[in-house]
Design a protein around this ligand. Structure first.
Ligand code: BGC
Length: 755
């Protein structure tokens, strides 16, 4: 049986025709990825190994290989002599990204933002979305997807928050892991990124993120660790910034220490594009591959690495290790045994759109619903839709994750006041338009639209309508942070005026994270759609009319004021402004000057003084009321929780029953929090479990959640390892981070766990 399987596998070996029989020893899948990688590396010359370690910016392929369709963010040569594949790498976590300059006209499913996925609190759906992205990347011939963003949201204003999964360790870790598992289920590698503490865009190429070791382990690193264990990504991408001194991509403590030694990561560390600063130091600290080398000041892992090996600075065994780690992941994930097509094949756009719609529906959060304004009843005479380009499309976030959706890209606007480094980014709207979806769904009702620029006309129209749906938007992008959480432009004034004219006003927010809502108490309802992806309009229409419950919950806290955050403004704004002014003063760089991705911004440090108490934990610690707490979200029905049973031990368990007490089917996310003592002995809540349930009216479900004991522990850096103190922990089941429906004491034995 086994022999027959081996013969089959060997026959399927995709090595090049020049390969003489028999197939090379590493073609035998029975040997496992480690042994296969070892055998392949043993057959390689030093130059072949070094070739694998140095990636180029993918766009350059356009010149080098005219007609090559697989133009993405990165390219790494293979070893054709040995049948080892080239790497074609593409962004990212919201679908197969593209920019007009890369693959003109090539579209993929534009998924909702990662934050919308996180709001679904649904690991199975995160897996499905990952599988769609993996399948589409594969169909287009890519074998590495630069997905798996898992940085925790430390600052509500951060530009890339829409690409990440929120502020909680457990939610973020589980969903990132499932999404990566989904991508890799399609036989292509996913990364996990950006390792670590790339928490802001302002000065990201130069800043030093400072935090204590225990606090880092208990927060951002634990989220990465959980994602790594669940998702087993083939690669981890190290970040641009420094972490406690050394650059993330030459950080021995992080790469060799935490990732490879403590967590036993067998795959490869690739750099972010422009994040490498040295040859020997980086190679010895654990970086395995330089990506997009043209973005660094030097091709550190090309000729300089060869010279370092020849000079005895980098042992040949380390180069073997670097190459082995890459090949190991390619074997483990299936890239070599099941290679993607070399010529793009059509994607299943309909299947992708269906998943995108389910993710958008699951992640839509109902924040306010006065007097049961929502769901909208059938047969309304006149619905007025206002603003937010609802007549054109849905908003998406900017940067390397930008997808050209299969529903069209009807509007692209230049970034207002864009500095030169933002010139490749556009404010992009995905089709189809929400207005169209609303008109289709609102059978029999007149659905009118005004853009809202003429306030008097908009309020007059609002008075004439049965219901007003006003779209408000906040655009975010990679490379820039927000300087306030307030809605830009005159949107607050528009909403206030409409609400005064028409109490039945529903605000639909399209945002990349938290926003301020000075008008909150004046409006009838608020629905948070995030960046909802190409089926966002259809999803929204279904939620507004109650065809599906508004089942999303907040994966981030919403502060009531800018000032209520640990850092009300992005640190380093001055440094960035100074560098821009200096550049403008100096004029264009002389021809031949090396490209400096940092833009000359002077280094600065960001002190993460809140430590592991970020997000809702920080609000609790400082006694500040958020506008909306983490985990919050209303439903069209009501749910009750009962029968809490707590069982301590090495794998603690929580049991309780959730019941739909209302008259319509709906979705809920009961959340379990434990109050765990932090560094100063004060007990602060941590999310330790959640489950999304969809129940018919009157239906009950008994839930049993196994808790990861690390969530109940303190990290002891001296040991090092996780320590759970013997004693009773207060455990609360509630609807959000500030809620308490059930509570009990969880008896825990003393536990010591490996780091
Ligand atoms: C981003 C990464 C991305 C890479 C390649 C970088 O600027 O930080 O997330 O994968 O570019 O496009």
């Amino acid at each position: 049986m086994k022999a027959a399987l081996a013969a089959l596998l060997l026959a399927a070996w995709p090595g090049p025709a020049v390969l003489a029989e028999p197939a090379p020893p590493w073609a035998d899948a029975r040997l496992g990825p480690d042994r296969r990688a070892e055998l392949a590396v043993a057959a390689m010359t030093l130059d072949e190994k070094l070739g694998l370690l140095s990636g180029q910016f993918g766009l350059l392929m356009k010149r080098q290989r005219p007609g090559e369709p697989r133009i993405g963010a990165g390219y790494v040569p293979g070893v054709p002599r040995l049948g080892l594949p080239e790497l074609f790498e593409t962004d990212a976590g919201l679908g197969v990204a593209n920019s007009p300059s890369m693959r003109p006209g090539d579209t993929a499913t534009a998924m909702p933002s990662a934050l919308a996925t996180a709001a679904g609190f649904d690991p199975a759906l995160a897996f499905e979305a990952g599988a769609v992205m993996g399948a589409q990347a594969r169909a287009k011939g890519f074998n590495v997807l630069l997905a798996g963003g898992a940085n925790l949201t430390r600052d509500a204003w951060a530009g890339r928050n829409f690409e990440y999964l929120g502020e909680d360790v457990w939610l973020s870790g589980v969903l990132a892991g499932e999404s990566i598992r989904g991508v890799q289920s399609q036989g292509i590698v996913s990364t996990l990124k950006h390792f670590a503490l790339n928490s802001q865009e302002t000065g990201r190429y130069v800043l030093d993120a400072r935090i204590g070791e225990a606090a880092l382990r208990e927060s951002d690193l634990l989220a990465f660790q959980i994602a790594l264990e669940r998702g087993r990504p083939g690669s981890v991408m190290c970040a641009y910034n420094r972490v406690n001194g050394p650059w993330a991509c030459e950080n021995d403590a992080l790469l060799n220490g935490v990732l490879k030694r403590d967590w036993g990561f067998p795959g490869w560390v690739m750099s972010d594009w422009g994040a490498v600063h040295s040859t020997t130091k980086a190679a010895l600290a654990g970086l395995d591959q330089q990506s997009g080398r043209e973005m660094d000041l030097a091709p550190y892992f090309g000729a300089p690495l060869k010279a370092a090996v020849q000079a005895g600075e980098v042992p040949p065994a380390r180069v073997d290790d670097m190459a082995r780690r890459i090949l190991r992941s390619l074997f483990a994930v299936g890239v070599i045994d099941r290679p993607p097509p070399t010529k793009p094949e059509p994607i299943d756009a309909a299947a992708g759109a269906a998943v995108a719609q389910r993710v958008a529906e699951a992640g839509t959060v109902l924040l306010r619903n006065e007097g049961g304004l929502l769901p909208l009843r059938e047969g309304l005479r006149r619905i007025l839709v206002v603003g937010g380009r609802a007549d054109v499309g849905v908003l998406s976030g900017g940067g390397s994750s930008q997808v050209w959706g299969t529903g069209g890209t009807p509007l692209r606007l230049p970034v207002p006041d864009a500095p030169p480094e933002l010139s490749f980014i556009q404010v992009t709207y995905q089709g189809p338009a929400p207005l169209q979806a609303l008109r289709e769904r609102a059978r029999g009702s007149e659905v009118a639209f005004v853009d809202g620029r003429d306030l008097a006309a908009a309020t007059a129209a609002a008075r004439e309508a049965d219901v007003v749906i006003v779209f408000a938007e906040q655009w975010r992008t990679e490379t820039a942070d927000l300087e306030t959480l307030a809605l830009p432009g005159a949107q607050d004034a528009l909403i206030t005026a409409l609400a005064a004219a028409q109490p039945r006003t529903v605000v639909v927010l399209q945002t990349g994270g938290a926003v301020l809502m000075p008008w909150l108490r004046q409006v009838g309802a608020v629905l948070l759609a995030w960046y909802p992806g190409e089926r966002g309009g259809a999803a929204l229409a279904r939620v507004l009319f109650g065809d599906v419950d508004a089942g999303g919950r907040l994966p981030i806290s919403f502060p009531a004021r800018d000032a209520d955050q640990p850092r009300p403004l992005p640190p380093g704004l001055d440094a960035v402004r100074d560098a821009r002014a200096e550049k403008a003063r100096r004029g264009p760089a002389p021809a031949g000057a090396p490209f400096d991705i940092s833009g000359g911004v002077k280094p600065f440090a960001v002190d993460y003084a809140e430590g592991a108490d970020l997000g809702y934990r920080w609000f609790e610690r400082t006694g500040t009321q958020p506008l909306f707490p983490f985990g919050f979200g209303l439903s069209y029905t009501r749910f009750g929780y009962a029968g809490l049973v707590l069982e301590g031990g090495a794998t603690p368990r929580v049991r309780f029953t959730v019941t739909n007490l209302g008259a319509r089917a709906g979705s809920d996310v009961p959340q379990v929090y434990a109050a765990v003592a932090g560094a100063d002995g004060r007990r602060i809540r941590r999310l330790v479990g959640f489950e999304r349930v969809t129940l018919a009216p009157g239906e009950s479900r008994s839930l049993q959640l196994a808790l990861d004991p690390r969530l109940l522990a303190r990290f002891d850096a001296a040991q090092p390892g996780w320590v759970v103190a013997a004693g009773e922990l207060l455990v609360v089941v509630g609807r959000h981070a500030g809620d308490r429906v059930l509570q009990g004491l969880l008896p825990m034995p003393a536990l010591r766990l490996r780091p």
